[in-house]
Ligand binder design. Structure first.
Ligand SMILES: Cc1cc2nc3c(=O)[nH]c(=O)nc-3n(C[C@H](O)[C@H](O)[C@H](O)COP(=O)(O)OP(=O)(O)OC[C@H]3O[C@@H](n4cnc5c(N)ncnc54)[C@H](O)[C@@H]3O)c2cc1C
Length: 391
C-alpha cells in the first residue's frame, strides 16, 4: 500500500543543496521533507569537493555551531599557479580582500545533517524518487529502502538530486535537455596518508599536463593529475602514480605516503535548458555541472539555494510569485559566470591531447599575462573566492 506524506516543500536529494535549502526554509517557518536514495553513512563518507567560497561559509554560519567550516577547516588567502617550473602566488587577501576555506564536502554534509536532525527535520535516507508529477499540488513518486511505495504531496518540489537528476525530466522534458560540453581529459585523483606538500594549493601546468596539489587535513592529502578519460585506476602502481604527479610539479618535492583511494573524474560542462517548470525547480548539480578546476560545483549549488529559498519564502508566505518567476534568469547569471570561469581555468591549465607547439606557447603567454597583470590576478581571485551574492 502506498504511504502518502504531505508537506509544503518536497526536496529530492540530501546533498549540500537539498540540506541547506531545508535549513533556510525552516528559518523562514516553512516545513519540508527531504529524501535521499543513499544511506546517511554513504552520504557522510563520500569524498568530493573541498574548497568553500567565502559566501558559502557565511551561509553555513547560519546553522550555528554545527558548522565547523571555520573551526576545523583552513582559511586560504591564496593559491599558487605554477608553470615553466616557477610558482606565482595569487594573493586573494591583497587582491580582492576575500578568502576560501578548505573544508571537505562530506564534513559539510555531516554538519548539515546533524543540524537538520537536531531541528526535527523530516529527513529520510534510503528513499528513491522514481518520478515527479507536476501540477497545483506536485507529487514525488518514491520507494523506500524496503521497496514500499511512498508519495510526497507538496506545494512545491525541488530537484536537488545531482547530476543524474530524476527531477530534470519534469522540468526540461528530458533527462539530458541542456547545453553540454565534454572535455578530452579527466583527473586521476588520489588520497594519501602524508603531511601537506605545500601550505596552499598548487595549480601546476607542465608539458606533461596539469596537476593539482591539494590537501584534506594535516595527515591526509588529495592530489590530482590530468589523464585520459578512459584511464583504468588500477593501471598504475603507487610508484608510477607518484612519478606521474611529481613530473607535473617541477620545483616542489611532493611528500609521499600510502595511497588509499584513487578515482578518475571526467570533465563535463552542463546547464539545463530550464530551471523551473510550474511548481518544480532545479538547484545544484541537477541544474548544472562544471569541470572541477575552478572548485565551483558545490559553491554554485549553494548560491542557487540562496535564491530559491528566498523565492519560495515569497511564494509560500506572501503568495508573491515574482522572485520565483525571476529565479531561472537570476540564477543563470551566476551559473554562466561560473561556467566561464571553470572552462577558462580548465583550458588555461590543461594540455589538450592535440595541442600544437603554437597552442602550448600561446597558453604560456596567457599564464604569464594572468600572473603579471593586476587585472588578470584580480579576475582569478574574485572568481575563485566567489562573487559577492548581491553583486
Ligand atoms: C571529486 C570531486 C571534486 C569536487 N571538487 C569540488 C570543489 O573543490 N568545490 C566545489 O564547489 N565543487 C566540487 N565538486 C562538485 C561538488 O561535489 C558538487 O557540485 C556538489 O556535490 C553538488 O551538490 P548537490 O547538492 O547539487 O548534488 P549532490 O551532492 O550530487 O547531491 C545529490 C543527492 O541526491 C541524491 N539523489 C540522486 N538521485 C536521487 C533520487 N532519484 N532519489 C533520491 N535521492 C537522489 C544523491 O544520493 C545525492 O545525495 C567536486 C566533485 C567531485 C566529484
Amino acid at each position: 500500500m502506498t504511504t502518502t506524506v504531505r508537506t509544503r516543500v518536497a526536496i529530492v536529494g540530501a546533498g549540500p543543496a537539498g540540506l541547506l535549502l531545508s535549513h533556510l526554509l525552516d528559518q523562514a517557518g516553512i516545513d519540508s521533507v527531504v529524501i535521499d536514495q543513499r544511506s546517511r553513512d554513504e552520504i557522510e563518507s563520500t569524498i568530493r569537493a573541498g574548497i568553500l567560497e567565502q559566501g558559502t561559509v557565511e551561509l553555513l554560519d547560519t546553522i550555528g555551531e554545527a558548522s565547523r567550516a571555520r573551526t576545523v577547516g583552513h582559511r586560504h588567502d591564496g593559491i599558487e599557479l605554477r608553470f615553466e617550473g616557477e610558482g606565482h602566488r595569487i594573493d586573494f587577501a591583497a587582491t580582492v580582500g576575500r578568502a576560501v576555506w578548505l573544508y571537505p564536502q562530506h564534513e559539510v554534509l555531516k554538519d548539515l545533517i546533524a543540524a537538520r536532525l537536531a531541528a526535527g527535520q523530516d529527513l529520510r535516507f534510503g528513499v528513491t524518487a522514481e518520478g515527479i508529477e507536476n501540477g497545483e499540488r506536485p507529487r514525488v513518486i518514491a520507494r523506500d529502502a524496503e521497496g514500499n511505495p511512498l508519495e510526497i504531496e507538496a506545494e512545491f518540489v525541488v530537484g536537488s538530486d545531482g547530476s543524474r537528476s530524476v527531477a530534470r525530466a519534469t522540468v526540461t522534458g528530458s533527462s539530458t535537455g541542456g547545453y553540454f560540453r565534454e572535455y578530452p581529459f579527466a583527473w586521476f585523483g588520489i588520497l594519501c596518508e602524508a603531511p601537506p606538500s605545500s601550505e596552499e594549493l598548487i595549480y601546476s601546468n607542465s608539458p606533461d599536463g596539469f596537476a593539482l596539489v591539494s590537501q584534506r587535513s594535516d595527515t591526509v592529502q588529495r592530489m590530482y593529475f590530468q589523464c585520459d578519460p578512459e584511464t583504468d585506476t588500477a593501471a598504475f602502481s603507487e610508484e608510477q602514480l607518484w612519478d606521474e604527479l611529481q613530473k607535473r610539479v617541477p620545483g616542489t618535492t611532493l611528500k609521499q605516503g600510502p595511497i588509499f583511494q584513487r578515482d578518475v573524474l571526467r570533465f563535463r560542462s552542463f546547464v539545463a535548458h530550464e530551471l523551473r517548470r510550474g511548481r518544480v525547480a532545479l538547484v545544484g548539480d541537477a541544474a548544472h555541472t562544471v569541470p572541477p578546476t575552478g572548485a565551483k560545483g558545490m559553491n554554485l549549488a549553494i548560491a542557487d539555494v540562496r535564491l530559491l529559498a528566498a523565492a519560495l519564502g515569497a511564494l509560500l508566505l506572501d503568495g508573491d510569485e515574482r522572485l520565483l518567476d525571476a529565479y531561472p534568469e537570476t540564477a543563470s547569471r551566476r551559473i554562466w559566470k561560473a561556467q566561464h570561469f571553470s572552462w577558462w581555468m580548465t583550458s588555461l591549465l590543461h594540455v589538450a591531447p592535440d595541442a600544437t607547439d603554437f597552442d602550448r606557447r600561446r597558453q604560456l603567454g596567457e599564464l604569464r599575462t594572468v600572473v603579471e597583470s593586476e587585472h588578470g590576478r584580480a579576475y582569478l581571485a574574485e572568481a575563485y573566492c566567489g562573487w559577492p551574492f548581491d553583486a
